[in-house]
Design a protein around this ligand. Structure first.
Ligand code: AMP
Length: 129
């Protein structure tokens, strides 16, 4: 059975898409640590990141760096943060998080955005991709 991220990639569940290529899909996290918090997902539904084939792992990292560079241009921040957790959704994804303080990386403090704020954030990041 398809998981939630595969349904997002297939367009069966809506998302605030940031970027996509043949192997990966980037969209805004719906419960963000900070404005601009983006998930980069492999289109292949593999559970754990270190189970990826070398080439798929390397591809995801390069894809994530491209998106991270755009996020940092679109969203002023002190650092571009990157985390891999996967405790909630068993489909490989990289969290890209604009960081201004350590708490932005803890997944404890969350920000809430309206649908139009989510869309404006995705559009702004897209301008740099
Ligand atoms: P984890 O698997 O622990 O890395 O966490 C999964 C992340 O996916 C969480 O930060 C969720 O907020 C996010 N998430 C879950 N469902 C959706 C969705 N439908 N759209 C966007 N983000 C989601």
């Amino acid at each position: 059975m398809q998981g939630v991220f595969s349904k997002i990639i297939a367009g069966q569940i809506p998302s605030y898409k940031v970027f996509e290529d043949e192997n990966c899909y980037a969209f805004l996290d719906i419960n963000p640590n900070a404005v601009g918090h983006t998930l980069c997902v492999t289109k292949k539904e593999v559970d754990k990141i270190f189970d990826l084939l070398d080439q798929d792992y390397n591809y995801l990292m390069q894809f994530s760096r491209k998106v991270a560079v755009a996020i940092q241009k679109a969203i002023p921040c002190r650092r571009g943060g990157m985390s891999v957790i996967g405790l909630e959704v068993p489909h490989v994804h990289v969290h890209l998080i604009p960081l201004n303080a350590m708490e932005d990386a803890t997944f404890q403090k969350k920000v809430s955005l309206t649908p139009s704020e989510f869309q404006a954030t995705a559009t702004k990041i897209q301008e740099y991709l």
